[in-house]
Design a protein around this ligand. Structure first.
Ligand code: ZN
Length: 250
């Protein structure tokens, strides 16, 4: 998990949210068996344009496991405060996170508390890296809330760990390429991009590079932002096309 910044809510979102809430109340008055989950499913298509903005806000990444959605499953709007227990927060923009199906299913409507606050770490209002770290592709807890969060959304699941390991392998190969003068500049740029929030598994990449390349991971002046539309493909291509050079170094 990595800290993310929430963009302002979409234009006229408040009016739409009020309208959904009003319709839910009216329909519930007619049909007391109507649950908020059923109503949510019924208006899913109407929510879609806002869901797409949410998707871009989260860089198309699961707020919990940092998988790019295409990697593991289709995106879900995750209600940090579960809608079954906190129905009044169902249409609150600030309660929406983007999550993959696997994390969403694992979390479900669980909301355990650690003292007065939720155990689940909120990636927008706090820094997940204070609670959760990595040793290679293995996720490790730093705090009790980190431990609870890992269990709650299943960050130790095997297929996710394999996916992180594959990505970390690309990062290792990029690091090797960065030692060859011909590739140094491009590989370094891509490594910096891989630590930015939009890159997959960026918390893991940051932790790894902090260990093996601390000057790159923690420079005296922050790196300028690197705007790449297709960083994943660029990394894969560079590594693939120069596998012989990497092999000679390794
Ligand atoms: Zn996920």
């Amino acid at each position: 998990m990595i800290r993310l910044q929430r963009l302002p809510q979409p234009d006229n979102f408040s009016q739409r949210a009020q309208d959904w809430e009003r319709r839910f109340s009216a329909e519930r008055a007619r049909n007391p068996k109507l649950t908020i989950s059923k109503f949510w499913a019924a208006v899913r298509q109407e929510i879609r344009p806002d869901a797409e903005i949410l998707f871009r806000n989260f860089h198309g990444k699961c707020a919990f496991c940092e998988s790019k959605m295409a990697h593991v499953s289709s995106p879900h709007i995750e209600h940090f405060w579960p809608k079954s227990k906190f129905p009044h927060k169902t249409f609150a923009w600030r309660n929406w996170l983007l999550s993959c199906g696997r994390c969403n299913e694992a979390k479900w409507s669980h909301m355990p508390f650690c003292g007065p606050i939720p155990c689940l770490i909120h990636p927008i209002i706090e820094d997940p890296q204070k609670h959760i770290g990595f040793v290679g592709p293995i996720v490790v807890e730093k705090t009790e809330r980190g431990k609870q969060t890992i269990e709650l959304v299943g960050l130790k699941r095997l297929d996710l760990e394999e996916e992180r390991a594959r990505w970390l392998d690309q990062i290792c190969q990029l690091l090797l390429l960065a030692t060859i003068p011909t590739f140094h500049r491009e590989a370094r740029t891509l490594l910096i991009w891989a630590m930015q929030p939009e890159a997959p598994y960026s918390a893991m990449t940051q932790a790894y590079l902090l260990e093996v390349a601390p000057r790159l991971a923690n420079p005296p002046q922050p790196h300028p932002y690197i705007d790449l539309a297709n960083g994943i493909q660029q990394i894969r291509q560079l590594v693939e096309q120069n596998s012989n050079a990497i092999h000679d170094l390794a």
